[in-house]
Ligand binder design. Structure first.
Ligand code: PGA
Length: 240
């Protein structure tokens, strides 16, 4: 695992965009694993700019997103499907038929997870983007999630519900369950880029990079990946 420390959020977003732009140029039909949350917004802005300047194209790219809340329709403004359209897909030349996200509003959630897992195994990711939760989660793989887990239905921890409440009108509106890509499927990506900014991420960054690999910090398993980089701002790196 490599750790890169940047001065601030801008620099983190630039460093991440450089890696994505390089991949898009090297392999125009690459398969990307993308993430939602506040952290990747700067990266997505940079990728939109690169597309507008005709430095990159997404027309042959396939995207798999990490997770989705249960019970929110794709058009719900807090759904991750909506987030991806409003923050990236609506501004680039991606074929929406090649963008995938677990179906949190499916009638049969178990079947939806199985279908997503099948798709993932047929479409290995070239480059996977991750954020990290304040509790060390990756996607919605909360502490003590199985390292060999696949896409599945999970119950969110109080900490995650609290952290995400800022994006809803009230904490009560935050869905309590989600579908998430499993740790083994995240780990299967050829290259992984994890972004973390802000002092509230410092303990999770410390636990996942300095302490041994332990199930109470899911991101720590990334120490075992052969091509993984953590890109941090100075605050997120402050305990290293
Ligand atoms: P954030 O979320 O980017 O909004 O901090 C990251 C995560 O919980 O994985």
């Amino acid at each position: 695992m490599q750790v890169k420390i940047c001065r601030d959020y801008e620099e983190v977003s630039r460093a991440a965009a450089d890696i994505f732009e390089k991949e898009l140029k090297k392999k125009p039909n690459c398969v990307l694993g993308l993430a939602t949350g506040t952290t990747p917004l700067g990266l997505y802005k940079n990728l939109i700019k690169a597309y507008k300047k005709e430095k990159v194209s997404f027309k042959d790219v396939t995207v798999f997103n990490l997770d989705e809340y249960v019970g929110l329709e794709k058009a719900h403004p807090q759904s991750y499907a909506y987030f991806m359209r409003k923050n990236l897909f609506d501004f680039i030349d991606i074929n929406l038929e090649r963008t995938f996200i677990p179906d949190g509003s499916a009638e049969n959630l178990e079947a939806a997870c199985g279908e997503y897992s099948d798709l993932l195994s047929k479409n290995p990711r070239d480059l996977q983007l991750l954020g990290i939760g304040g509790n060390g989660h990756i996607a919605f793989n909360e502490p003590f999630s199985p390292f060999d887990g696949k896409t599945r239905l999970v119950t969110l921890t109080e900490k995650t519900i609290n952290d995400n409440a800022r994006l809803f009108n009230s904490e009560n509106e935050v869905p309590k369950r989600a579908l998430t890509m499993g740790i083994s499927e995240i780990f299967a990506a050829k290259k992984i880029v994890l972004l973390a900014c802000g002092k509230e991420k410092a303990p999770a960054v410390y636990n996942s990079t300095v302490l041994p690999v332990l199930p109470d910090c899911p991101a720590s398993v990334l120490q075992r990946h052969k091509d993984c980089i953590f890109i941090l701002d100075e605050l997120a790196a402050s305990m290293l």
